[in-house]
Design a protein around this ligand. Sequence first.
Ligand SMILES: [Zn+2]
Length: 155
Amino acid sequence: MITTAQLISKYGPPTENGSPYLTKLTLPYPMVLSWDKTVSVNSISCHKLVKDNLNTVFNSILTTYGIDEIKRLGINIYGGCFNYRKMRNGSDWSRHSWGVAIDLDPDRNSLKQSSKTAQFAKPEYKAMIDIFYKNGFVSLGREKNYDWMHFEIAK
Ligand SMILES: [Zn+2]
């Protein structure tokens, strides 16, 4: 997994408003906000260097699952991408500060959950996680068996 020094050298220092590295990605299917599922999300802000990766991820998910399965499985539940903040232990910048990480369906894939309880640890999500890997991301669930909601750029 990528270190903070590697992140800064490749993606620049994190900034509060994401300038100058944030860009907008129009999603191939709408998502909903995890904290208000009546709100539709049609585009997200991410780092310009991962925009193409994420675009391919979402297009591949759409091709692989179809929109009905995406909704049924909750893959369309958006938990955030760019968010300028420290990690929960406070020692380092969250990968979300660069907009190179994305959270999906956080309520059912929380920090406390492991492969025994996390939704994304179930077999029907393996194809989705493989798609993230194929496009340069890692899953903290698969790597560390916590924070299954979280996918971040590998390098
Ligand atoms: Zn995250």
